[in-house]
Ligand binder design. Structure first.
Ligand code: BG6
Length: 489
């Protein structure tokens, strides 16, 4: 099957190799791709990090990570050994010049210099420029080298520009892969299939028929061990500027001419450029920010954000925004975007509410059709229709849900979104990665919101952990006689 086609031999160098992302996501994802036969036996994965470790100690950590983060039924001892045999490690402060770069160079010299080399930056983004400088200084950039950049690409436009310039000095744009793991999710990619392969949907996909769109990513987890990072970021920078705006782009974009990277990226960029700017004044009515207080999540008492942090903070753990895409297709259609930590349930979904039928033949106006694209969990598509209520002789309507689960064969869970993306970088397919101008357009829109918040133009609200968010977010929709999806279920 094409799905399982093996990629060409490669060297993957992961900077930040002892960090949480590498252990929790990258190594398990690579193991899984080896397991299904996509990674050739002569591929090399080299971890690089400041922690003083020899190869053996790193392999032990990697083994522990696989055991901890992968379901035991896909861990077979033979495969684990085959995977670990691919690993190497170099102790390296990647932001500095040092003899350790020569050690990395010697490791890479063991394989054919013409093969694909992927440098994955899972470090603090401020280091990206200096890592590139060192890769250049030590002669490690080959024609088939590419860099994968983890988010966040900056904390605002100025820092994003500095990071992009720093990397761009050594790598041309086509060798830069900015990862957004939401684009690796099957159900996010499915938005394209649903819209453009189904004339039924395609014909209804505009303000003529659509009344509003909601995009939600809510999590039950708090900030856990990541408080130090999270407190410098917050919900808008962590989730909206990247993941949720990318989802919005796929929902709102015009049909690209093809699935070529630039066709898709141009179509997404056009949406980002058409987002109505939010000003310091309009932020007060179009945005809501909040922090969670102590509450109950999944039956457990959990502390509030400030208690967890142990100090005062003006970082939001919840954000909701009413966005507008100023194109003829989306005239007067609000896009409500929200994200939360410590929400009452974990759910990522897109909810499209259609305009109600303009008929008087049934007496009351029929309810709006609602299309729900469940990104996770319980991946699927749900469509609420009006049907005749069979329990009554009179012609009364009642809602009926068509519910299609999207599953892998045999009910297997979907592969983690990193799996495909890690190998897309080897294959040289950038379609699911973000181009520089997209990052910048997203910051151009997000930055005034952050400024308005910084200048206290929008009060910080609170919500109890385990709830759906602050009341103010409900009001954002009530202006348009609308409700969040959970309130209508
Ligand atoms: C990451 C954020 O990018 O996405 C995290 O930094 C968040 O804070 C995560 O928890 C959510 O990803 P997913 O795939 O679990 O929805």
């Amino acid at each position: 099957m094409e799905h399982f086609q093996q990629v060409e031999p490669f060297d993957y160098v992961i900077f930040g190799a002892t960090g949480d992302l590498t252990m929790r996501k990258l190594l398990p994802a690579l193991y899984n791709r080896l397991r299904i036969g996509q990674i050739p036996d002569d591929a090399c994965i080299i971890g690089a990090a400041r922690t003083e470790l020899d190869r053996e100690a790193y392999v032990a950590r990697a083994r522990e990570a696989l055991e901890r983060f992968l379901p035991s039924d896909i861990l077979s001892p033979g495969l684990v050994e085959r995977f670990l045999a691919r690993l190497d490690y170099v102790t390296l402060d990647s932001s500095r010049e040092s003899a350790q770069w020569d050690v990395l160079k010697a490791q890479l010299a063991k394989t054919d210099p013409d093969r694909v080399r992927v440098y994955y930056f899972a470090t603090a983004p401020q280091l990206y420029g200096s890592i590139c400088e060192n890769l250049h200084r030590y002669g490690l950039i080959t024609p088939k080298s590419r860099v994968v950049l983890e988010k966040p690409i900056g904390t605002d436009m100025a820092t994003a520009t500095a990071i992009n310039d720093g990397v761009g000095q050594y790598f041309p744009e086509k060798q830069i892969y900015r990862i957004d793991h939401y684009l690796g999710k099957e159900t996010v990619q499915n938005v394209l299939a649903l819209r453009f392969a189904n004339p039924l949907m395609n014909a209804a996909w505009s303000s003529e028929h659509i009344e509003s769109v909601q995009i939600t990513a809510a999590e039950t987890v708090g900030v856990e061990g990541r408080a130090a990072y999270y407190d410098t970021s917050g919900a808008l920078r962590d989730m909206i500027q990247n993941h949720l705006l990318q989802v919005l782009c796929l929902v709102a974009m015009e049909a690209p001419d093809s699935l070529e990277a630039d066709a898709v990226r141009n179509a997404k960029l056009a949406v980002l450029n058409a987002l109505r700017p939010i000003t310091e004044t309009s932020a007060a009515t179009e945005t809501v920010r909040a922090q969670y207080t102590a509450g109950v999540v999944d039956g457990e008492n959990v502390p509030g954000y400030l208690e967890e942090l142990g100090k005062p903070s003006s970082t939001e753990t919840y954000a909701a925004i009413r966005a507008w895409v100023d194109t003829p297709r989306w005239k007067d259609v609000p896009f409500y975007i929200r994200t939360a930590k410590r929400s009452g349930r974990k759910v990522s979904e897109i909810v499209v509410t259609f305009r109600p039928a303009a008929t008087t033949m049934f007496g009351a106006t029929p309810a709006s059709n609602r299309l729900v694209l469940r990104i996770q969990p319980n991946e699927g598509v749900e469509l609420r229709l009006n049907v005749k209520n069979p329990a009554l002789d009179v012609f009364n309507l009642h809602p009926a849900d068509l519910d299609a689960s999207i599953r892998m064969e045999g009910g297997m869970p979907f592969p983690d979104s990193y799996e495909r993306l890690l190998l897309d970088a080897v294959r040289g397919d950038p379609v699911l990665f973000i181009r520089r101008d997209e990052v910048e357009a997203a910051w151009r829109w997000a930055e005034p919101v952050l400024d308005a918040w910084k200048h206290d133009k929008v009060p910080m609200q609170t919500y109890s952990a385990g709830s759906y968010g602050p009341d103010q977010a409900t009001r954002l929709l009530a202006d348009h006689d609308d409700t969040w999806h959970e309130a209508s279920e």
